[in-house]
Ligand binder design. Structure first.
Ligand code: AMP
Length: 190
């Protein structure tokens, strides 16, 4: 089972994927986490690659596709992804979505579902600012939050259009509590 979670920052993708990965015993692939790990590892080695990646994350811009695709395809090639996985924050551009489709087709695999987590903008900002107090993420500042929301509206909604064309999108009411959202998702016919 392969499910893509699409939603703006603060829509609960990470929270739900963490719970669902345990529930379904499949890996949770977050490109945001992978990129942050890349930054941590490369800063230990004083490598310019980490500086390049953080220049995108810390300003709320998307990392380029040519940086993101090798990271995710390397992870997808690991044996624990053979039975399925949850994609959190990937794909975020139409190019990434097309390249993911090509990659999966080459393995005779496909996406089962794309879940669109829908949350009102004021609630997103409230949640991200709350998270900023506990997680200390460099990109949870008011300016960067605004940039990330804009990137979602301008680029990632096109990914939703792409998947609507494939007829695999289900809308999820992300305004509900984490428990209620979880219940909505596990009740879906898969
Ligand atoms: P996230 O943890 O999913 O909110 O991602 C944090 C940041 O990592 C984003 O604002 C982007 O700068 C970068 N990022 C994460 N996933 C992707 C992706 N699929 N494509 C490009 N940039 C990404």
């Amino acid at each position: 089972m392969r499910i893509v979670f699409i939603g703006p920052p603060g829509s609960g993708k990470g929270t739900q994927c963490t719970r669902l990965a345990k529930h379904w015993s499949i890996p949770h692939l977050s490109t945001g986490n992978m990129l942050r790990e890349t930054i941590e590892n490369s800063s230990a080695e004083k490598c310019a690659f980490g500086t390049l990646v953080s220049s995108y994350i810390n300003t709320g811009r998307l990392a380029p596709d040519y940086l993101v695709m090798p990271i995710i395809t390397k992870r997808l090639a690991e044996p624990d992804c053979a039975a399925g996985c949850l994609f959190d924050g990937f794909p975020r551009t139409v190019i990434q979505a097309q390249q993911l489709d090509e990659y999966l087709q080459s393995l005779d695999q496909r996406l089962n579902l794309v879940l669109s987590l829908e949350v009102a903008p004021e609630e997103l900002i409230r949640r991200i600012l709350l998270r900023a107090n506990t997680e200390n993420r460099a990109d949870d500042t008011p300016e960067t939050i605004a940039a990330r929301l804009q990137v979602f509206d301008q680029q990632t909604t096109l990914v939703l259009d792409y998947y609507h064309g494939h007829g695999i999108v289900k809308r999820i009411d992300g305004m509900k509590s984490p428990d209620e959202v979880f219940s909505q998702i596990i009740a879906l016919p898969l």
